[in-house]
Design a protein around this ligand. Structure first.
Ligand code: ADP
Ligand code: MG
Length: 292
């Protein structure tokens, strides 16, 4: 679904240049439910905006669903945003119109495409568990309900890819879990590819794959040992899962053979104060040593 190679994004403000993405690599399979994690300012929203066609990359390669987002015409970008991707933000005010009902809000994107499909809108409200609130105005709904309405709206035009930028950033833990369960359900039942950006490591633990971004580059990947479902069954049987053991962590090796080593690892061998390390091949292992 997503092929991202050496993606670069440079913002220019007056004479200043901010390199928000510096050669980022990312592959996402169709039907995946994955999370992108990273500190504030690491480039998560920048990446999501590129994926969503809201902004253009400066260099590198980016194809989504076979479409080249660097060379696409403006007209095709408009269609891409309308037909291929759905977007959910932390602040759902961007997606919603307060004086319309939940149902009208979901129908709106379809109207803009010249099709009004009441049935589809009702189906989506059902899917996000909001049927009973369909005739309520958006400003009468709670934060969590509004976020679920925003998800229904994002799905109105049958996107293949759902992008969510900090979707649980402004709701409590219980609601965050419900929203995540909803993403998982939509992923399973509709085969929707879901990419969730978060800075919450607890939330990231509940998906199968987590990609970490540091300084605008993919630095590591965590893959789940067991499926989340399996893990739930285990915990119901009383088998306690140890913290941090649910995922295996891999450092990302780029095409040029470069590797980003976590700072705390480098610190622990005292290699953080130099720009060189010794690299030795030993017994089938690659060993890094601080400079002498
Ligand atoms: P995150 O979502 O991980 O917090 P962002 O993608 O928002 O990170 O930002 C990455 C970097 O790019 C930051 O240094 C930020 O200040 C800068 N940046 C983001 N958007 C813009 C913009 N529109 N203009 C200039 N700089 C920007
Ligand atoms: Mg952000």
């Amino acid at each position: 679904m997503i092929h991202c190679d050496g993606l670069v994004k440079i913002y220019k403000i007056a004479d200043l240049e901010v390199v928000a993405l510096q050669g980022l690599d990312l592959q996402v399979e169709s039907g995946e439910l994955m999370a992108i994690i990273g500190n504030s300012g690491s480039g998560k929203s920048t990446l999501l905006n590129m994926l969503g066609g809201l902004d253009r990359p400066s260099a590198g390669q980016l194809t989504v669903d076979g479409k080249n987002l660097l060379t696409m015409s403006e007209k095709d970008v408009v269609r891409y945003k309308r037909e291929t991707v759905g977007f959910v933000w932390q602040n759902n005010g961007r997606n919603l119109i307060p004086y319309l009902t939940a149902l009208e809000n979901v129908e709106l994107p379809m109207l803009l495409q010249g099709k009004r499909k009441r049935e589809r809108a009702l189906e989506l409200l059902e899917a996000v568990g909001l049927s009973h609130r369909r005739n309520n105005k958006l400003n009468q709904l709670s934060g969590g309900e509004q976020q679920r309405a925003a998800i229904a709206i994002a799905l109105a035009n049958h996107p293949k890819l759902l992008l969510a930028d900090e979707p649980t950033g402004s709701v409590d833990t219980k609601m965050a879990n419900q929203i995540l369960d909803l993403f998982r359900q939509l992923n399973r039942e509709m085969g929707l590819t879901v990419v969730i950006v978060t800075h919450d490591p607890m939330l990231a633990k509940k998906v199968d794959r987590v990609v970490a971004i540091r300084d605008g580059k993919t630095s590591s990947e965590m893959l789940r040992r067991k499926s989340y479902e399996q893990e739930l069954i285990h915990s119901e049987e009383g088998v306690e899962e140890l913290e941090g053991e649910s995922h295996v962590e891999y450092a990302v090796l780029d095409q040029a053979g470069r590797l980003q080593i976590p700072t705390n690892y480098l610190e622990s061998i005292g290699a953080d104060r130099s720009n060189k390390v010794q690299v030795i091949l030993e017994d089938g292992k690659i060993v890094l040593l601080p400079p002498k």
